[in-house]
Write a protein that binds this ligand. Structure first.
Ligand code: MN
Length: 307
């Protein structure tokens, strides 16, 4: 990736600004030192936007948040950006925003970020870009370039009376339902840390099961689809013990985290609600909304009726 940058070195016009940059980063090791040469070589660009060149110079990674406005949704923009980012070794995410724009977080080598910004101004065929705003932001350490806001599959929360009562949270992944037994159930209160014990994967067709069992019963307490989030791609995020996801259920919504606290088996995790618009501090949703989303029955009613 550094070969591209070398081409710029031929341009070489020095400036006071570039020398100032050199001294301000004197303590930076290795690759960033090469970047000083780049800063000098790109000096002509500073006539148009000094700040941008200072930030983008050097091989130290650059991170941006960009908003692309215009006719940019429904034209394959997100996939086009993802492919371009992957070709440039740029990491981060892209999502469609509620106002019709496309939002991008991108981090990587400065020249690659510049190339991605150039692409944002054009977009794929069918897009009509009207405006691109770019802000430099701190590096977040992404390990993938993800399309955000798209379903990764279904989720279900079943309330289960067996030897103990608990809730089973299941997320579709790789053709099965990854499952955690959550004794107290999920919460929309970000301060509630709910113990979640990973249990065996279940078949997807078990998601709709509701009814009595030999020693108790099951109701479908919530269901919907979910998005994968975080800086690390799934399933690696789960394997490493920190998985961020967004639920779109009938009762549960917004961001959650599963954080492993003890290796298994069975591994122990905490299920946490992230602080977002769908957080409900102080609430207890399993008490407030006990009924099945399939039948309207509570687990108690099902156990009494025995069917
Ligand atoms: Mn269970």
């Amino acid at each position: 990736m550094y070969g591209r940058l070398g081409q710029n070195l031929a341009a070489g016009s020095r400036s006071i600004k570039a020398h100032g940059l050199r001294s301000s980063r004197a303590g930076v090791a290795g690759p960033a030192r090469r970047g000083h040469e780049l800063a000098v070589s790109r000096a002509p660009a500073m006539d148009s936007c000094q700040n941008r060149v200072v930030v983008s110079s050097g091989l130290r990674p650059r991170a941006i948040r960009a908003v692309v406005a215009g006719t940019v949704q429904g034209v394959g923009f997100r996939d086009a950006i993802r492919r371009r980012a992957e070709g440039l070794d740029v990491l981060g995410w892209v999502r469609n925003a509620g106002d019709g724009s496309v939002a991008v977080h991108a981090e990587g080598p400065p020249a690659a970020i510049e190339a991605l910004i150039d692409f944002l101004h054009r977009g794929p065929a069918g897009a009509a870009v009207e405006e691109v705003s770019v802000d430099d932001v701190p590096i977040e350490g992404h390990e993938q370039f993800a399309v955000r806001g798209v379903s990764a599959g279904v989720f279900v929360v079943q309330q289960h009376a067996a030897s103990t009562r608990h809730f089973d949270l299941r997320l579709e992944l790789g053709g099965a339902m990854r499952s955690w037994a959550v004794p107290k159930g999920p919460s929309l209160d970000p301060s509630a840390k709910r113990l979640a014990i990973q249990v065996a994967d279940h078949a997807i067709d078990h998601n709709a099961f509701e009814g009595p069992t030999e020693h108790g019963g099951v109701v479908v307490w919530d269901r919907g689809h979910y998005e994968q989030g975080g800086r690390v791609a799934w399933p690696a995020a789960l394997e490493r013990g920190h998985a961020v996801f967004v639920l779109h259920g009938e009762k549960l919504g917004g961001g959650f985290v599963l954080q492993r606290t003890r290796p298994g088996p069975p591994s122990q995790w905490l299920l946490l609600k992230r602080r977002d618009d769908e957080a409900r501090p102080g609430s207890d949703i399993v008490a407030e909304q006990p009924a099945s989303v399939l039948s309207g029955r509570t687990l108690d009613e099902l156990l009494r009726e025995g069917r």
